[in-house]
Design a binder for this molecule. Structure first.
Ligand code: SAH
Length: 355
């Protein structure tokens, strides 16, 4: 590695550095390539964030690496536990920005929900995160750190769990860092979490979604659809970066032909907004011929949001119509409602009060 390239990375957080970088860094610090690979394994695969414990490596290297990079994790500022077992952590980043991540146990199944941005620029009308504004993209290390922090706190290392990138932010607007983080997360010598256990949720960003679908290394995909009627979808998701329904459908059709895993379509059911007969007919039409599953989501109400949740029996009725049309459909109940940890409620409410 050239000294210049190395100096640029100096003092960066180590959790953002990929295998190639660590291999050349190891070479720069006089390691053999198998030893540099070992450093990568200690760090990510064994989650050992104290380099003095990297016992297979020379002491001089352990000292150098601890001085060259930042090994710290974001600080946990607040923890809130819901009566249903869900726990939300508020993390403070180095520059003072705050993000949230959530631990969601459901019987034996454990899901971790992580953020991709500090705040969110999309401003979806039914989502609280957007109300708090947008600050910046998360660094690779900040994405990976959320998993490490949740693993530590809930003793998850070695257990299997799922990850959903459904916290704050729009992951496809932070695509480069998302891809770098995912390559370390899914690498079998990295965090070694299977891509099939990870779901990235997006509104469908122009140009980027096509790249995502074209890349077989990418994890499972969920699209936040919420309406199959263009004007209504525009009203809910006003961002100009979002694909039109026709463009979205064309991409999904191509994807279905390639025989990949089904894509989930997320549909937050909003009372008297997207739950009418014509809304469900449009949804059925949108799904016909596509390899998709529909996930009906219970809306989490909030005084700052001008929508009401549909009743449960209404959601079951919609599920029945979709099932009659042979569209596989599940209903996702709210989790962590009492601690504002539910979908779209990940927001530093204290900051909002100051606004
Ligand atoms: N920006 C990405 C990921 C973050 S939102 C996306 O839009 O997919 C994760 C999911 O929570 C999305 O499906 C979003 O539409 C949903 N959501 C947002 N606010 C909600 C609310 N108040 N109640 C229920 N679901 C909500």
């Amino acid at each position: 590695m050239e000294a210049k390239a190395f100096r640029k990375k100096l003092k960066e957080n180590i959790l953002g550095l990929d295998r190639d970088f660590l291999l050349s860094y190891g070479d720069f610090r006089g390691l053999k390539s198998f030893q540099a690979r070992d450093a990568y394994i200690w760090l990510y695969n064994r989650r050992e964030l104290n380099p003095s414990k990297w016992s297979s490596l020379p002491i001089s290297f352990r000292k150098a690496v601890s001085e060259d990079f930042d090994f710290s994790l974001p600080t946990v500022k607040k923890e809130r536990a819901s009566s249903d077992g869900t726990e939300k952590l508020l993390l403070e980043l180095k520059d003072g920005n705050k993000i949230e991540c959530v631990y969601i146990p459901q019987g034996k199944r454990i899901t971790l929900c992580i953020s991709s941005q500090a705040g969110c620029p999309l401003n979806c009308k039914f989502c609280l995160t957007g109300k708090g504004g947008y600050f910046r993209n998360l660094e690779v290390a900040e994405i990976i750190s959320q998993i490490i922090i949740l693993e530590n706190k809930f003793s998850l290392f070695g257990k299997s769990y799922n990850i959903v990138v459904m916290g704050m932010g729009e992951p496809l607007l932070n695509y480069s860092n998302l891809c770098k983080a995912l390559s370390i997360i899914t690498d079998c010598e990295g965090l070694a979490i299977s891509r099939r256990r990870i779901t990235v949720s997006t509104v469908g960003i122009k140009e980027i979604l096509e790249r995502y679908l074209g890349d077989e290394r990418m994890p499972l995909l969920a699209i936040s659809l919420h309406s199959a009627i263009q004007e209504k979808r525009n009203a809910l998701i006003p961002s100009k970066s979002v694909l039109s329904l026709i463009e979205l459908r064309n991409l999904l059709q191509n994807n279905s032909r390639k025989g990949r895993e089904p894509v989930s379509l997320e549909y937050v059911v909003l009372k008297d907004f997207n739950d009418h007969k014509e809304d469900i007919e449009a949804l059925v039409k949108f799904c016909k011929g596509l390899k998709v599953k529909v996930n009906l989501i219970q809306f989490n109400e909030h005084p700052l949001l001008n929508f009401k949740a549909a009743e449960e029996k209404e959601m079951v009725r919609i599920q029945d119509i979709l099932s009659e049309n042979r569209i596989s459909t599940t209903i996702r109940k709210s989790r962590g409602k009492d601690i504002n940890a539910a979908c779209g409620q990940l927001l530093d409410l204290e900051r909002l009060k100051l606004k």
